[in-house]
Design a protein around this ligand. Structure first.
Ligand code: HEM
Length: 481
């Protein structure tokens, strides 16, 4: 009734713990797993990460694996797609242009640009939808729109054909849902093998700290690889190098370990450190409320805190006291899967600026200014060759990402060329994806989370202190809240 964010932190924390219990009880929905059930595994057989994410859950080996379905955070009947007339209303291209287009860059001044690259790096670890071949979306252009083709077309999301006939459509992730570092280790056995040296558990890296360019031929050119850019490449390079550093350290401490053991152990350590960075650094930075900062540290270290967890490891099995890592597996009766609603909230494209300044780490001097379009996949290696990783990391540390708000969608992504040369308006696509995947609209979503629906656009905008004209421009109809 009051809202955890308005309460004194210890009370707010207790409310968050209660909300978490409710969400686990009412908002984890199993959509099932395609394919025959695999035999149950044992800890001795499966001590390492598998390429496809199977056997992270020994009792339910396909849970969260590549090709398995997204789960839901809302009851299945609420995920039924809207009918063909409603799904394009209001017109997503009109929303893109009228409400999302960036007029001037609104920076998120509490964050640096590494935070934007980081979350895309994580998203690529966690999930990816496949496009459907044929029968694309047709979006009629609003009057006066200068997009080169009317209607605007782009692929629908591929529906999992093995989904139950009597329920709304379900979708599958092409990559493992687990926090396993799959974005750098590879999503297919061929790629994962091709980047290994098979010596000391290491990964083959070239001069810019990325796997040799020829291994890229094994990646899907229309998949995540198409969304590579300099910010993302920096993190790939950093954590691939980190893998090798961990493998080297393990090799010197345990000379009897084989190449395979070193590779497997280094991957476990590397993936765990990514999970830790995300939990105790990234999330508290982006939701920098004292209660969420304490809550996220609590998730990792428990209420007993970092010092206690460092000194005596797990004091108790209780996740509230000693943190989630190392606590007993508890899936609350729903095998692990990331959800469509989770994907929807992570479409954080306004984080990206339209230009990035490259600076010298020595004296902070701006040495170049690049449009975003110059930093995308085709130009990554050129920039990584002509700048040091230290200067680039420094530059990203000095720049701000965009604020997650209206009127701040990067213009470069509203007209983004795909590998085959076709342009897309990613803002329009973002809106349609949420609708076609049956993520409920705002008020239905609130109801599904047991929150009171809002009744006016004023309530929607009241907490973000928007410029006054924003409310005027949104106060046209309440039908679609
Ligand atoms: C230059 C940087 C980026 C480019 C070129 C890019 C481009 C794209 C494209 C083309 C898609 C697929 C759209 C579709 O057909 O559904 C996509 C999806 C997505 N992007 Fe980005 N993106 C970038 C950065 C980011 C960032 C910083 C985030 C922040 C979290 C992000 C989060 C997502 C998410 C969650 C999806 C949905 C994936 C799915 O449906 O499985 N992206 N992006």
């Amino acid at each position: 009734m009051v809202g955890w964010s308005r309460l004194w932190s210890p009370v707010g924390l207790a409310v968050l713990v209660g909300l978490r219990s409710q969400l686990r009880a009412y908002n984890l929905v199993d959509t099932g797993r395609p394919g025959a059930r695999l035999p149950v595994g044992t800890p001795d057989e499966h001590r390492a990460r598998s390429v496809d994410g199977t056997y992270n859950d020994l009792g339910e080996p396909r849970a969260g694996s590549a090709g398995s379905r997204f789960g839901r955070n809302v009851p299945l009947p609420r995920t039924a797609p809207e009918n063909a007339d409603d799904i394009c209303e209001p017109n997503p291209r009109l929303v893109s242009r009228r409400l999302l287009t960036r007029r001037e860059f609104r920076p998120a001044t509490t964050l640096n640009l590494l935070a934007a690259a980081w979350i895309q790096f994580e998203v690529h670890d966690w999930f990816n939808h496949a496009p459907q071949a044929g029968n694309p979306w047709h979006i009629r252009l609003p009057d006066g729109d200068d997009w080169p083709h009317d209607p605007m077309t782009f692929a629908r999301t591929a529906v999992d054909p093995t989904g139950p006939d009597d329920q709304p459509p379900v979708f599958a992730s092409t990559v493992s849902h687990w926090w396993d570092g799959s974005q750098i280790y590879g999503e297919t056995a061929d790629y994962a093998e091709s980047i290994r040296t098979h010596d000391g558990g290491r990964i083959a890296l070239d001069d810019v700290g990325l796997p040799p360019a020829e291994t890229e031929a094994l990646l899907d050119p229309n998949g995540q690889a198409a969304n590579f850019w300099v910010g993302l490449a920096l993190l790939h390079s950093l954590f691939l190098r980190e893998h090798n550093a961990i493998a080297n350290r393990l090799a010197s401490a345990y000379p009897a370990m084989t190449d395979q053991q070193l590779y497997d152990s280094a991957r476990l350590v590397n993936a765990a450190s990514m999970a830790k960075i995300h939990t105790v650094d990234w999330t508290p930075a982006i939701i920098a409320h004292p209660t969420t900062v304490a809550a996220m540290r609590g998730n990792w270290f428990g209420l007993l805190g970092e010092r206690m967890s460092g000194r005596i490891a797990r004091f108790t099995d209780n996740e509230i006291l000693s943190g989630i890592p190392g606590s007993a597996t508890a899936d609350n009766g729903v095998p692990f899967a990331l959800t469509e609603e989770f994907v929807a909230v992570y479409r954080m494209h306004p984080l990206l600026p339209d230009t990035v300044e490259f600076r010298s780490g020595l004296d902070d001097r701006v040495v170049a200014r690049h449009a975003m379009a110059d930093l995308l996949a085709a130009d990554v290696r050129r920039h990584l060759t002509s700048n040091t990783a230290a200067d680039l990391l420094y530059s990203f540390g000095r720049a701000h990402p965009g604020e997650l708000s209206l009127h701040n969608f990067p213009r470069s992504l509203q007209n983004l060329a795909r590998p085959d040369g076709t342009p897309i308006d990613l803002a329009t696509v973002d809106i349609m994806r949420v609708r076609e995947r049956g993520v409920p609209r705002y008020n239905d979503f609130r109801r599904a989370l047991r929150m009171a629906p809002v009744t006016t656009f004023r309530e929607l905008t009241v907490t973000t202190r928007p410029p006054p004209n924003w409310r005027r421009s949104t106060a046209t109809s309440s039908r679609w809240i």
